[in-house]
Design a binder for this molecule. Structure first.
Ligand SMILES: NC(=O)c1ccc[n+]([C@@H]2O[C@H](COP(=O)([O-])OP(=O)(O)OC[C@H]3O[C@@H](n4cnc5c(N)ncnc54)[C@H](OP(=O)(O)O)[C@@H]3O)[C@@H](O)[C@H]2O)c1
Length: 250
């Protein structure tokens, strides 16, 4: 049975969309969740509505290595290490190559990619992660493996995340820490609704048609993250799961 009973899980991007759905569903099946994002009021409201107790949140920029380090130190100061980590924080970047600035490229890499690896690095330090192992789940994108015009920076950030996760999975297997990436197609969230709003009717129709099962819900991705975090996923590591309503089958 799917359960995260007694597991302590860190979730970045916890204030909205996919991350928020993972927070709510994980708490529902028994996890103690630690939320990380920048918008404090949203996380405070989310935590107030969660099932169970002992949940925490940290209002920090997940790409700020020093602040993240200090927050995680505080999060384990109760002597209870983490059993899982989901990196759902991320930002979207749609800009033609000729206008792609170094700054914008570094920014998208910083939150989508470097933050995931830095947090993983902190979590494997002594006392921070369960000696019995656990799971890291990175929210990538179909764009990790498929291209689209004006997405060089975004695709690069997600491709690097997926590739790094594979290497990390091999390195951390002796510690029984499983590392996997989820590759979602378009699901309804703040990020995608902003993008859809910017398109005309034919543009929206084209995106819908790219998903044989239609555009997804954040819970469709959260369900897979929970499975990977749980013991049901105990023999899965170093892989990438397409959760895309059939987008990549075309
Ligand atoms: N929605 C889609 O269709 C879709 C498809 C494929 C992949 N994805 C990926 O799924 C992940 C989640 O996206 P979403 O759709 O759930 O979008 P969302 O609703 O916009 O959520 C993004 C989350 O990331 C957090 N975040 C952004 N920058 C941050 C930073 N520097 N530090 C800490 N937190 C930060 C945001 O919180 P704050 O603003 O409070 O910091 C928010 O909680 C992203 O990696 C995205 O690339 C989404």
């Amino acid at each position: 049975m799917l359960s995260l009973s007694g597991k302590k899980i860190l979730i970045t991007g916890a204030s909205s969309g996919i991350g928020k759905a993972i927070v709510e569903q994980a708490a529902e099946i028994g996890a103690k969740v630690v939320l990380m994002a920048r918008r404090e009021e949203l996380m405070s409201e989310i935590v107030a509505g969660l099932k169970g107790d002992g949940h925490q949140y940290f209002a920090v920029d997940a790409s700020d290595d020093n602040k993240v380090g200090a927050s995680l130190k505080l999060a384990v100061s109760d002597g209870v290490p983490f059993d899982g980590f989901v990196h759902a924080a991320g930002s979207e970047l749609t800009v033609p190559l000729k206008m792609l600035s170094r700054n914008a490229f570094e920014k998208v890499m910083s939150i989508n990619t470097f933050a995931a690896f830095n947090i993983s690095k902190i979590l494997i330090q002594k006392g921070n992660f369960s000696l019995g192992g656990g799971a890291f789940v990175f929210i990538g994108s179909v764009m990790a493996a498929l291209g689209q015009p004006a997405k060089t920076g975004y695709c690069a950030s997600k491709g690097a995340l997926m590739a790094g996760a594979r290497a990390m999975a091999l390195e951390l297997a002796p510690k029984r820490i499983r590392v996997n990436t989820i590759l979602p197609g378009m699901v309804k969230s703040e990020m995608s609704l902003g993008l859809l709003d910017s398109l005309d009717e034919s543009g929206v129709k084209r995106i819908v048609e790219m998903h044989p099962l239609g555009i997804g819900e954040v819970t469709d991705v959260a369900n897979v993250a929970l499975f990977l975090l749980s013991d049901l996923g105990r023999w899965i590591t170093g892989t990438s799961l397409w959760v895309d309503g059939g987008y990549s089958a075309m």
